[in-house]
Design a protein around this ligand. Structure first.
Ligand code: KG4
Ligand code: ZN
Length: 335
């Protein structure tokens, strides 16, 4: 039995979690509201907010777990990818905390952590974790990848975006409509009242299992520009339909390629992960595909979709078992 303290600070969420083996004991997330007024994450402000949040967040995570810090066996931290100034806060804190306790450090890749969130056990876990091979659609603000997992850390890249990430595309669509930041959850909410077939936006033909989202964003922008000439209140009058239509376009494109990839690779277990996996169209869509093809589908609980330290903790747990420890001199990486 081992206790892992995990720290995540790659972007604009400061988070700490404690796990006892694969069981999650606490997961504390401090989200940074300061970026909303700028319509995107401001790196310098993110770094400063992490510095303010890290001590209380870690302290709360340890207290919520009901343990003493002396019981911690290892400290896992997100080493990258992410924003350098943000990562530095978590990485430096993890190193000094581990050194003070005299316990090993475990470095975690943020993307692997998103995928491995499906292996976190909670008191509410109803089903056993996935088995291998597992195909996972990883969709976040910075990444869009189809991965084929042969084991926890053997992740084969099957396809990926050649330009914007899916989350980035949906956030940009929201920005064009002046809906606020981050736009993904806002579009998801407004789309509930809209007609997803009201407007059509073309999706590009990309070979294999790769994606491209920059063209969708541009066609959305030009479509609105033309309509606004005829009707200045076009966005206001058609907001819900626009949200539902662009959401269907992006999520439908994600699902279509993923379905092809899963069929081609003959997998029986599929999953979605990352911030965009909180999207209701995507969650319903993957569930429907599972029904159609008799796949077992893994959809993460909402608390593990966007950035959190619990996922860093589970990745850290598997590495701890393998004795894969990090040297104190390791720098963070951005890509
Ligand atoms: O994984 P994440 O928290 O951070 C990165 O590692 O990038 O993902 C953030 C992304 C943002 O683009 C945000 O708009 C999107 O996840 N997102 C959503 C929803 N909730 C978060 N996109 C669509 N629908 C949602 N419900
Ligand atoms: Zn993330």
């Amino acid at each position: 039995m081992s206790y892992i303290l995990a720290i995540e600070s790659s972007c604009d969420d400061t988070s700490a979690a404690v796990l006892r083996d694969d069981l999650l004991l606490s997961n504390v997330i401090a989200s940074q509201k300061v970026h909303e007024q700028y319509g995107g994450v401001v790196p310098e402000l993110a770094s400063r907010a992490h510095q303010q949040n890290i001590v209380p967040v870690v302290d709360t995570a340890i207290r919520n777990a009901g343990i003493e810090k002396e019981q911690i066996d290892a400290v896992a931290f997100t080493r990258g990818p992410g924003l350098l100034g943000s990562l530095l806060v978590g990485v430096s804190f993890a190193k000094s905390f581990a050194q003070a306790l005299g316990v090993p450090l475990v470095e975690v890749n943020h993307l692997q952590a998103h995928v491995l969130s499906h292996f976190i056990r909670t008191p509410e876990s109803a089903t056993p974790p996935p088995q291998f091979p597992l195909m996972c659609l990883l969709v976040s603000g910075g990444h869009t990848q189809i991965l084929l997992l042969h084991s926890h850390f053997d992740m084969e890249l099957i396809g990926q975006t050649i330009d914007d990430a899916a989350g980035e595309a949906i956030d940009k669509a929201a920005k064009i409509m002046d809906l606020g930041y981050p736009g993904g959850p806002i579009i998801d909410r407004l789309a509930q009242q809209g007609n997803a077939d009201a407007f059509q936006f073309a999706t590009p033909h990309i070979a294999g299992y790769d994606y491209s989202f920059s063209g969708i964003k541009t066609s959305f922008l030009y479509f609105l520009r033309d309509r606004l000439v005829e009707e200045p209140d076009f966005i206001e009058h058609h907001k819900a339909d626009l949200c539902a239509s662009i959401q269907k376009c992006i999520m439908g494109f994600l699902l279509k390629k993923f379905e092809k990839a899963a069929l081609q690779h003959k997998v029986r277990q599929v999953a979605i992960a990352g911030g965009v996996s909180a999207n209701s169209y995507l969650r319903n869509g993957i569930a429907a595909l599972g029904k159609k093809h008799h796949w077992q589908v893994f959809v993460p609980p909402f608390q593990f979709c966007t950035d959190n330290a619990a996922m860093v903790g589970i990745a850290g747990h598997f590495k701890y078992l393998r004795g894969e420890f990090a040297d104190i001199s390791l720098p963070p990486y951005t890509n």
